[in-house]
Design a protein around this ligand. Structure first.
Ligand code: NAD
Length: 370
């Protein structure tokens, strides 16, 4: 079996607690299924700052660059509130995203049937929901120049942020949306604001052109991003893959996330371009949640977002589709069986801690082997 290099960065707070449960599944896959994962572990965030005074060391950065995939827990916490800005825990995460050139952020919003009743929307609107928001992550208004606040000298200041996109940035995220849609229900909805923004006009044109050049088997629709936000809460199941820019993606993915309940349920992937020789993409997988200092060390964090991040890694970095399906199925099964961590607890269910939840998912996964 081919060696698959994983670089593991558990981080701070509940990061390492949730990570330990995910790690048991990797170890099981190595020992029982000869998955051939080669594991190395490093430090990131506050843990890295405590060890070497920076939020990720150059050595660990090199290991991340050399790995087939990085799996990341969470960083941050009040302990590091007063460290210098450049060494704050989140800087390690930003450095990883930047140096690995992870331009595409995949945030699935899946509503497990067992949790549909606890969504803020009506059960029938979210039951069985399975959409994927693809957000451009390295361009747009968060990075464009100029980005300034100028004193106008008359008691007024002027703030400028610049929304800027080049053709290649839209082409590569558009192409990725079509490729991902082919592995799902084959539909892409592209969202921008072409009615009021030049970057929206170009976004719309380039996505349409990219579609014509080799992706016409995929259904493409366009929607203004504000209408898209409305449709996401009105009838979320109409979507399959939504592709959008950095700013709109930031907001729309948070809206979609809340359709499915707790932060403790949400995985994500960030991908870069394929290597011209090996064809492998740089990739990092992480839960959407942070280090949750309010519950860290109590053994009550929900490990599902972390475990579902491993499922995304199996699917997108290693094409281990059967194992990814089984792992996601095991999460659904354990929820069906009534197990709940505190964040998703409801009447009549059985409340468990991080370790019990992780071990129940592992046992279900092990039992599901053919
Ligand atoms: P958070 O996601 O850590 O927590 C928000 C709320 O959700 C908390 O009440 C927490 O207890 C709960 N929660 C989150 N994950 C949970 C889980 N798996 N199980 C059960 N409950 C869960 O966000 P925050 O409180 O705004 O930030 C805390 C720290 O995390 C800060 O230092 C922040 O900068 C950092 N942060 C890091 C990341 C990251 O590493 N990617 C992301 C967001 C925030």
């Amino acid at each position: 079996m081919a060696n698959r290099k994983l670089f593991l960065l558990p981080g701070d707070g509940i990061g390492p607690e949730a990570f330990a449960e995910m790690r048991k599944i990797i170890d099981h896959m190595n020992s029982e299924e000869s998955a051939g994962f080669e594991l190395e572990e490093g430090l990131v965030g506050g843990a890295a700052y405590d060890a070497h005074g920076e939020s990720i060391s150059d050595g660990d950065m090199e290991k991340a660059m050399a790995a087939d995939a990085v799996i990341f827990g969470a960083v941050g916490g009040p302990k590091w509130d007063s460290v210098p800005y450049d060494q704050r825990p989140e800087a390690g995460l930003l450095r990883l995203r930047k140096e690995m050139e992870l331009y595409a952020n995949l945030r699935p919003a899946i509503c497990y049937p067992a949790l549909a009743a606890s969504s803020s929307l009506k059960q029938e609107l979210v039951d069985g929901l399975d959409i994927l928001i693809l957000r451009e992550l390295t361009g747009g208004v968060y990075f464009g120049d100029p980005k300034t606040i100028t004193d106008l000298g008359n008691g007024q200041k002027r703030a400028v942020d610049t929304q800027v996109y080049d053709t290649y940035e839209i082409e590569r995220i558009g192409a990725m949306a079509f490729e991902l849609a082919r592995t799902r229900s084959n539909r892409v909805c592209s969202m921008e604001k072409r009615n009021v923004m030049k970057s929206g006009v170009l976004w719309n044109e380039v996505v349409t052109e990219t579609h014509k050049r080799g992706y016409e088997d995929v259904e493409l629709t366009h929607m203004l991003a504000d209408a898209g936000g409305m449709q996401l809460v009105r009838q979320p199941k109409q979507f399959d893959v939504i592709v959008t820019d950095n700013l709109f993606g930031d907001m729309l993915s948070d809206i979609a996330a809340m359709l499915t309940g707790s932060l403790g349920m949400l995985p994500s992937a960030s991908l870069g371009s394929p290597d011209p020789i090996t064809k492998k993409r740089k990739a990092m997988y992480e839960p959407v949640h942070g280090s949750a200092p309010d519950i860290a060390g109590q053994g009550i964090a929900n490990p599902i977002a972390m475990i579902a991040s491993l499922a995304m890694c199996l699917r997108y970095s290693f094409e281990m589709i059967e194992q990814a399906d089984r792992l996601e199925g095991s999460i659904a099964q354990v929820l069906d069986d009534g197990l709940r961590t505190g964040d998703i607890m409801s009447d009549g269910m059985t409340q468990v801690g991080t370790v019990e939840m992780g071990e129940a998912i592992l046992a279900t996964y092990g039992a599901s082997a053919a």
